[in-house]
Design a protein around this ligand. Structure first.
Ligand SMILES: [Zn+2]
Length: 203
C-alpha cells in the first residue's frame, strides 16, 4: 500500500490496528509533549516494523507514528498478528527484537537531545537517510525543529553551518546530502551507536 506524507499510523493510548513493514516510506516515532509539540524519538528504517508493541501483550500504542516521506509499506491487521503470535514463537521473538531496537533508539535520542549540540544532532538526523533508502528527504525547517526539539531559528542556524561546510544543500525544499562522509564526521557520536544497532538488527 501507499502511505501519504503526514499520515498518522499510531497514536498514544489508541488501539494498534495494523502492523507496518515499511518499504520506501519513512516513518518517524514521536513522543507528544502537549500543545502540539512533539519530539522525534525513533525512526522505523529499512530494518523495522511498526506496531511491534503487540508482542508485549498490550493493545494500545505508547507513542505516535507518522509518515515523514510518502512511499510504500506492507500492512497486516493487528488481529491477525495477535493470533499468529500465539502459534508462532519465532514471530514473537522477531517483534520483541524490534521492540528492543525501538527502546534503544528512544533512550539514545533522549540522551542526545540533552547532551549534544544542535548542529551535530541535525547531522545525525540527516544521516538517517541511509536507513530510509538514501533518497532526499522532504524536511522543512519547522519539521526538523519538531524532530530535534528546538525552535526554527535553531534549525536555521545549524543547517546554515552545515551548508557553509558544503555538507548539505537545498533543492525544492528538500535537503540534499552533498558530502556523506563529511556529514557523518559532523554527526554526534550517537550516530556510531545508530549504525551498530542498524547492522545488528539486519544481521
Ligand atoms: Zn547525539
Amino acid at each position: 500500500m501507499q502511505l501519504e506524507f503526514g499520515r498518522v499510523l499510531a497514536e498514544p493510548d489508541a488501539a494498534i490496528r495494523d502492523v507496518y513493514l515499511r518499504q520506501t516510506a519513512f516513518i518517524s516515532v514521536v513522543a507528544p509533549c502537549g500543545a502540539g509539540a512533539a519530539l522525534h524519538v525513533a525512526l522505523v528504517g529499512n530494518e523495522g516494523l511498526l506496531g511491534t508493541w503487540l508482542a508485549l501483550g498490550v493493545n494500545d500504542a505508547p507513542l505516535r507514528a507518522l509518515v515523514r516521506r510518502a512511499g510504500s509499506a506492507l500492512r497486516t491487521p493487528a488481529a491477525r498478528i495477535r493470533s499468529e503470535l500465539a502459534a508462532w514463537p519465532a514471530l514473537r521473538e522477531l517483534l520483541l527484537c524490534f521492540c528492543y531496537v525501538l527502546h534503544r533508539q528512544v533512550a539514545q535520542t533522549v540522551a542526545c537531545t540533552h547532551n549534544h549540540p544542535v548542529e551535530a544532532r541535525l547531522a545525525r538526523l540527516l544521516m538517517t537517510r541511509d536507513r530510509a533508502g538514501g533518497a532526499a528527504l522532504h524536511l522543512t525547517q519547522q519539521f526538523l525543529g519538531g524532530m530535534l526539539g528546538v525552535r526554527r531559528e535553531g534549525v536555521t542556524q545549524a543547517a546554515s553551518a552545515l551548508r557553509a561546510r558544503r555538507l548539505i544543500g537545498y533543492r525544492c525544499s528538500k535537503i540534499l546530502v552533498l558530502n556523506r562522509r563529511g556529514l557523518e564526521a559532523a554527526a554526534c557520536r550517537c550516530y556510531e551507536g545508530d549504525s551498530r544497532l542498524y547492522k545488528w538488527t539486519l544481521a
